[in-house]
Structure formats: C-alpha cells, structure tokens
Design a protein around this ligand. Structure first.
Ligand code: HEC
Ligand code: HEC
Ligand code: HEC
Ligand code: HEC
Ligand code: HEC
Ligand code: HEC
Ligand code: HEC
Ligand code: HEC
Length: 217
C-alpha cells in the first residue's frame, strides 16, 4: 500500500517533467526503469537549481551511491573500476532512465557490455575458455573486490572451483617445482600467480597446437 502511494506520488512529480520531456530520446524506456517502478522520481536526481551539467543534484558516483550503499562499499575495495577516481561513470554501464537488459545494463548481455571497452577479450579465438564465453562475471566482479583485477576469488582457488588440481597431468614442468614437491604433487602450481604463470592466455588463445589449446604461453 505504502509503495503504491509512494509510486503514485513519484509519478505525479515526474509527470511535471515529462510534460515537456516525454519525447526526449534519453527517457524512451523510463516506464521500464527500476527507478520509476520503485518510486524514484526525476527530482531525486535532477534539480533545475543545481547549476551543474544536466541539472544533476550531484556528480557521479556521489549522486548514485547516496542510495546504493552496498555499491559504495564495493567501490572502496582495493581493486575496482576507476569510478571513485572520476575516470568512469556508473552511467557508462547503466541506463539510469531504464533499459531492457537485466540490472539496467547498457547492453543485451554482460559480455556485450564488457566488450564495449575490453574489445580484445571478444576474440575470435581458436581455443576458447567456456566460462569466458559464458559470462565474465563468473570470475570478475563489476564494482569492486579485494582480489586484484577485480576477481571473485584468488587463483588457484578461482580455477580449482572447476578444475581439480591434484589431477593436473605430470609433465616436464614438474622438474621446476618451487617447493621441491614430488612429481605426484602439484605444489609448484600453487605458488604466487599459481596457474597463471603457465596458463597466461586465460581468456582464450590463438596459439597453434596443444600450447594454444591449454592457454599456455
Ligand atoms: C537515478 C537518477 C536519475 C533519475 C531518477 C532521472 N535521471 Fe535524468 N539523468 C540522470 C543522469 C546521471 C544524467 C546524465 C547522464 C550523463 O551524464 O550522460 C541524466 C540525464 C538526463 C537528461 C539529459 C539527456 C542527455 O542525453 O543529454 C534528461 C533530459 C533527463 N535526464 C531527464 C530526466 C527525466 C525527465 C526524468 C524523470 C522521468 C529523469 N531524468 C530521471 C539521472 C537520473
Ligand atoms: C516547460 C518545459 C520543461 C519542463 C516542465 C522541464 N523541462 Fe527540462 N528542459 C526543457 C528544455 C526546452 C530543455 C533544453 C533542450 C533539451 O536539452 O532538451 C531542457 C533540458 C533539460 C535537461 C538537460 C540539461 C542539460 O544540461 O543538457 C535536463 C536534465 C532536464 N531538462 C530535466 C528536467 C527535469 C528533471 C524536469 C522536471 C523537474 C524538467 N526538465 C522539466 C524543458 C522543460
Ligand atoms: C534516491 C535514491 C536513488 C538514487 C539517487 C539512485 N538510485 Fe538506483 N535504485 C534506487 C532504488 C530504490 C532501486 C530499486 C531497488 C533496488 O533494486 O535496489 C534502484 C535500482 C537501480 C538499479 C537496478 C538494480 C537491480 O537490481 O535491477 C541500478 C543499476 C541502479 N539503480 C543504478 C543507479 C545509478 C547508476 C544511479 C546514479 C545515476 C542511481 N541508481 C541513483 C534508488 C536510487
Ligand atoms: C563496468 C561496468 C559497470 C559500472 C561502471 C557500474 N556497474 Fe553496476 N553493474 C554492472 C554489472 C555488469 C552488473 C550486474 C548485472 C547482472 O548481474 O546481470 C551491475 C549491477 C548493479 C546493481 C544491481 C545490484 C548488484 O549489486 O548487482 C546496482 C544497484 C548497480 N550495479 C549500481 C551501480 C552504481 C551505483 C554504479 C556507479 C557507482 C555502477 N553500478 C557502476 C556493471 C557496472
Ligand atoms: C565504459 C568502459 C568499460 C566497460 C563497459 C567495462 N570496463 Fe573494465 N575497465 C575500464 C577501465 C577504464 C578500466 C581501468 C583500466 C586501467 O586502470 O588501466 C577497466 C579495468 C578493468 C579490469 C582490471 C584491469 C587491470 O589491469 O587491473 C578488469 C578485470 C575489467 N575492467 C573487467 C571488466 C568487465 C568484466 C566488464 C564487464 C562487466 C568491464 N570491465 C566493463 C573500462 C570499462
Ligand atoms: C575463468 C575466469 C575468467 C573469466 C570468465 C574472465 N576472466 Fe578476465 N581475468 C581472469 C584472470 C585470472 C585475470 C588476471 C590475469 C593476470 O593477472 O594475469 C583476468 C584479467 C582480466 C583483465 C585485465 C588483464 C588483461 O588481460 O587485460 C581484463 C580487462 C579482463 N580480465 C576482462 C575480462 C572480460 C571482458 C571477460 C569476459 C569476456 C573476462 N575477463 C572473463 C579470469 C577470467
Ligand atoms: C566456471 C568454471 C571454470 C573456471 C572458474 C575456470 N575454468 Fe578452465 N575450463 C572450464 C571448462 C568448462 C573448460 C573446457 C572443458 C575442459 O577442457 O575441461 C576449461 C578449460 C580449461 C583449460 C584447457 C583444458 C584443455 O583440455 O586444454 C585450461 C588450461 C583451463 N581451463 C585453465 C583454467 C585456469 C588456469 C583457471 C583459473 C584462472 C580456470 N581454468 C578457471 C571451466 C572453468
Ligand atoms: C608449471 C606450469 C603449469 C602450472 C603452474 C599449471 N599448469 Fe596446467 N598445464 C600446464 C601444461 C604445460 C599443460 C598441458 C598438458 C601437458 O603438457 O601435459 C597443462 C594442462 C592443464 C589442463 C588441461 C589438462 C587436461 O588433461 O585436460 C588444465 C585443466 C590445467 N592445466 C589447469 C591448471 C590449473 C587449474 C592450475 C593451477 C592450480 C594449473 N593448471 C597450473 C602447465 C601448468
């Protein structure tokens, strides 16, 4: 009931702006916006008195993280997209006025969004890594993490969620074990950058033969 009243109230406020702006391309999808549906009216973000560009109440990300507190916390983590630093804006990835994509992202899928700026990860690759094709967020987080390259977890754990390290095949590399493990162990594969020391082309590779297939340099 309260939500309904709040939304009706918000819609009334927005109607004042829409009287002139309903044909603005920027707000074509306003009716699908999670903001509209949750009772956030235009004036929560805009005010004609602000004197700032686009009449915003504050600059991004400050504007957004006054409400989105969990995102604010993520931006403070060690590894993050440079939003706090002012080199990027939330609205480069999100359509604040509404969009078809889930979470109002400015693309049909997460991967299509990432490719807009990280085009080299699109490939095509001769050898593809299935989780990369599927969803970048299997391994990365968009807003921030305490693991470098904002990863969901740290290698080798990240890799071992899907790959069984003890089953790693024996090969000449087992002669270079950092911790003098036996050939049967895989200790050397756990050290420092772990798996990535050898499997460095983790997003896919063009390498011929088996080196390429295994994403090895
Ligand atoms: C959640 C915050 C938020 C809400 C709610 C919101 N806006 Fe915006 N709006 C923004 C931001 C941020 C920008 C600037 C984006 C940018 O820098 O490209 C913007 C830009 C605009 C622009 C300029 C578009 C352009 O491309 O130059 C118009 C017009 C506009 N908004 C109208 C509205 C109207 C009308 C409503 C209500 C129906 C509304 N906005 C609701 C955040 C919001
Ligand atoms: C009487 C008509 C009218 C009303 C009502 C109106 N606007 Fe505008 N608005 C305009 C015109 C005209 C422009 C300039 C042309 C353009 O950018 O579309 C403009 C521009 C803007 C811009 C872009 C400013 C920029 O720096 O690029 C934003 C954002 C905006 N209006 C938001 C709003 C919001 C939010 C409301 C409601 C609180 C509102 N407007 C009410 C007519 C109106
Ligand atoms: C006045 C408070 C407020 C402001 C300011 C605000 N939001 Fe929101 N936002 C909400 C609410 C409430 C929801 C709907 C509930 C939810 O999903 O968290 C929402 C939903 C969203 C969603 C969709 C979340 C989902 O789960 O689908 C995104 C993305 C988003 N906002 C981005 C932004 C961006 C970007 C800005 C700044 C341009 C912004 N918001 C500013 C209150 C706000
Ligand atoms: C590099 C692109 C990118 C930037 C920049 C970005 N986001 Fe997101 N955001 C995403 C993606 C991707 C998702 C998850 C979409 C999914 O799960 O389908 C997301 C999800 C969200 C959600 C939904 C809740 C959640 O935690 O998953 C909110 C709210 C949100 N973002 C707000 C923001 C705000 C506020 C900013 C600016 C401080 C911001 N985002 C900056 C890409 C981005
Ligand atoms: C609007 C452009 C843009 C989009 C979209 C975008 N990024 Fe980024 N990304 C950047 C910028 C800018 C940096 C910072 C580059 C730097 O610091 O050298 C960055 C950095 C990164 C880094 C860390 C790079 C490093 O060397 O530390 C990762 C990982 C990353 N992005 C993944 C993603 C993923 C996953 C997505 C999709 C959810 C995505 N990005 C979407 C612009 C974007
Ligand atoms: C299987 C896990 C995984 C998936 C899925 C994944 N990444 Fe990564 N990504 C990594 C790891 C691990 C690193 C760190 C590599 C390093 O430190 O050498 C990384 C690093 C990055 C970097 C920074 C370094 C560089 O190589 O440029 C970017 C940008 C990036 N990833 C983007 C993406 C994008 C875009 C997608 C989706 C198309 C994606 N990643 C999917 C694991 C993954
Ligand atoms: C979400 C699950 C998942 C994660 C996380 C993941 N992978 Fe994979 N990986 C796969 C799948 C599925 C394949 C293709 C099937 C196969 O060959 O096992 C694959 C294939 C590979 C291959 C090629 C196997 C071959 O037969 O040539 C290597 C090497 C590899 N992954 C290494 C890694 C490394 C290193 C990481 C951590 C940075 C990682 N993977 C993270 C699922 C995952
Ligand atoms: C010292 C280098 C090195 C390290 C470290 C390493 N690998 Fe490998 N890995 C290889 C080589 C080389 C191959 C190719 C197979 C061969 O030559 O026997 C391979 C093959 C693989 C394969 C494909 C094997 C198959 O039979 O399908 C997977 C999956 C894999 N590695 C995952 C991992 C994971 C996960 C880690 C981290 C826990 C890791 N590797 C660490 C060198 C390494």
């Amino acid at each position: 009931m309260f939500a309904f009243v709040r939304q009706a109230d918000a819609d009334q406020k927005s109607a004042r702006c829409l009287a002139c702006h309903q044909d603005s391309r920027a707000i074509s999808f306003w009716n699908m916006s999670r903001h509209k549906v949750n009772g956030i009216s235009c004036d929560k973000c805009h005010t004609v008195h602000s004197g700032t560009s686009k009449n915003l109440r504050a600059k991004e990300p400050a504007l957004c993280i006054t409400c989105h507190l969990s995102i604010r916390a993520q931006l403070s983590k060690q590894s993050h997209h440079p939003l706090k630093e002012g080199l990027m804006k939330c609205t480069q990835c999100h359509a604040q006025h509404g969009e078809f994509g889930s979470k109002m992202i400015k693309a049909d899928s997460v991967n299509e969004l990432c490719f807009k700026c990280h085009a080299e990860k699109r490939g095509p690759f001769m050898w593809e890594h299935p989780p990369v094709e599927e969803n970048c967020l299997t391994c990365h987080v968009p807003h921030g993490s305490n693991h470098t390259k904002p990863l969901t977890s740290r290698p080798p754990l990240l890799c071992q969620k899907c790959h069984d390290a003890p089953q790693h095949p024996g090969n000449i590399y087992t002669n270079f074990e950092t911790f003098r493990g036996t050939a049967a162990s895989s200790k050397n594969r756990m050290f420092a950058r772990a798996c990535l020391n050898c499997h460095s082309n983790i997003h896919g590779s063009m390498g011929p033969s088996t080196r390429g297939k295994h994403f090895v340099r």
